[in-house]
Design a protein around this ligand. Sequence first.
Ligand code: OSB
Ligand code: MG
Length: 387
Amino acid sequence: MIELDALPPLIVERVELRRVAMPLVAPFRTSFGVESERDILLVNVLATANGDAVSGWGECVALAEPTYSAEYVDAAQRVTEQHLLPRLAVVETLTAADVGRMLGAIHGHPMAKGAIEAAVLDAQLRAAGRSFADLLGVTTDNGLPTQIPSGVSVGIHEQVDDLLATVQGYLDDGYVRIKLKIEPGSDIEHVAAVRELIGPDTPLQVDANTAYRRTDGQHLARLDEFDMLLIEQPLPEEDIVGHAMLAAEVETPICLDESLVSAAGTADAIDLGACEIANIKPGRVGGYLEAIRIHDLCLERGVPVWCGGMIETGIGRGANAALAALPGFTLPGDISASNRFYAQDIVTDPIRIVDGHVTVPTTPGMGFDIDADVLDSVTTTTSIIEF
Ligand code: OSB
Ligand code: MG
């Protein structure tokens, strides 16, 4: 486990909540809807540590509507203001490890909790002059930057020709793994065409975002011939037993996303045979610390993991890149370049892809520095909570 005790605790002065409006370069369609613009909640913790002023940022990954998960951005802001921050404001000093513990009595809202924890951890790391990569022990000994392979998530396209043109564009960008969003009616034919385009050697996987039913086992087994890495979240999030049934019927490994919200639940899903591969998203599980616990247990049990994405800005992506350098992340993650979703990011050094790989950031903090001018230009509201 990582040495959080080495980081100085914060004396928090106030927390600023910002909402930013970020247009996407193209609409992103999944089985649960179409995203054209992200409305994102950012948490900025302003504090002192060791007597010096320090500021830390966390990105809440909740979407605008409760379609991927029950959480959505207005509710995340509301619970943060009304319930989460007031429970943290009562202590003298605060650490990232305190956040999850102190908020344990509040049910749900992992994305809101995770954003606060990330902001606190960012501030603590900055105060210590250390990077998240350094804390995780994923920097290289030889002084070279750590590189991680970069995969891309491709939205559902009505027309197969359009899908192939989009996928070809991402291959040209260098992405080493393609993930196709699927739903009934846009699955077998789409996968067959893309497999034909990319050839047998480019890793391919699909994500259904809960669009299928338990009775679709034989249908999904038709995907087996395309030699894919995995099928992600075919069934509703509560249906762990159904995923175990599909895992027995379908040769392609079943991977869980929406269903995994904690380390304990992940362990149970693995024991039940429902989770042959795990998609780890820090926001979905309540923060980076729980994400690390899930990584550790999957590594111990020999379950491959990869780092998912939630269309994050450079704030979330920088930290995800460091997380994805942990040894259990043996599959390429959805850690695409900033320009896959955004024309203009809010960090000074957006994630780029070079030769199919992303460089793990090693600047102090969680892996980014804010571009204050750009941030101001996309900010729609700011609210301040005094501690
Ligand atoms: O299911 O993985 C998902 C985006 C928003 C919500 C859910 C998902 C996704 C993606 C995009 O697939 C991944 C990314 O950020 O690159
Ligand atoms: Mg998914």
